[in-house]
Ligand binder design. Sequence first.
Ligand SMILES: C[S@@+](CC[C@H](N)C(=O)[O-])C[C@H]1O[C@@H](n2cnc3c(N)ncnc32)[C@H](O)[C@@H]1O
Length: 263
Amino acid sequence: MSKQPSGRLEGPEYLRGNVDAWQQEAPSYVAAAEHAWASDEPYWGIWRIPESSARLLPDDMSGLRCIELGCGTAYVSAWMCRRGAQVIAIDPTPAQLETARGLKREHGLDFSIEEAFAESIPYPDESFDFAISEYGAALWSDPYRWIPEAARLLKPNGQLVFLTNSALMVMCAPDFESEGPLGTRLLRPYFGMHRTVWPDSPGQTEFHLSHGDWIALLRANDLIVERLLELQAPPGSTTRYPWANPEWATRWPTEEAWCVRKT
Ligand SMILES: C[S@@+](CC[C@H](N)C(=O)[O-])C[C@H]1O[C@@H](n2cnc3c(N)ncnc32)[C@H](O)[C@@H]1O
C-alpha cells in the first residue's frame, strides 16, 4: 500500500474499486451517522440491536487503546471515546472521513481519524488492547489480509470484535436488489465463499467466509473465538436496506458478530 503523487492511497484493484464506490455512497450515510453519533447507547448492525443485549464492547474501556478498522463515519469510535478509550479510527475513503471529522468537531470529542486501509496500518506491533470493525474491514477488506494485520496490532490478550453479514445471508440473497429481499432458497455455494461481486454493483468487492474458514484463519493468527453472536431481528424491526427482510431475519441470522482474543 503506498501513497501516489495525487495523495490517494493505492493498493490491489479491489481496494480502489471499493474506495471509489464509498466515495459515491458517503452522502447517503450522513443521516444515519448523525443519528448514531447522537446516541449514547451503542447499537449494532442493520437491526440496531442495543449494546445492552449484544454486549460487543468491553465493560470498562477507560484507558484502553482501541482501533476501529474501516470506521466510515466513526460513530463506533465516538461511542468508545465516550467510554474513556484512547481511539484511533482508520478508513481509506476521504468522503467518509470528512463526515467523521465534521461530526467529531460538532460533538467535541478527541480521537484520531486517519486515512488508511485495514490491510496495512501504520502502527507498531502490539499497539492496541481492542480492535473493532462493524461492516468496515469486516466486509470490504480481504480477511486473508486484514485479519493478520489486526492480529499484529493487538497486544497479547487483546480483543478483536467484528460484525458483518452472515454466511447464510450471502447464500440467500438474489443477484439483483430489484428481485426482492432475502428468500428461502440457497442461491450460491457455501464452500469456497470468499469474494462476492454483486451484479448490481460490479465495481465493488465484498468478502465473506464460511464459519469453518473463519475459525481456521483466526486460529492461524493466534486468535481464539470467545463468542459468535448470530444477530436476530427483534419482532417488528424495520431497516433502510432493501435487500434485508425483517420477517426472514426473525428466523435466520442476517448478520454475525465474532468476538475473538489474541492468545
Ligand atoms: C458501511 S461503512 C462501515 C463503517 C461504519 N460502521 C458505518 O456504517 O459508517 C464501510 C466502510 O468500509 C470502508 N472500507 C472499504 N474498504 C476498506 C479497507 N480495505 N479497509 C478499511 N476500510 C475499508 C469504506 O471506506 C467505508 O467507509
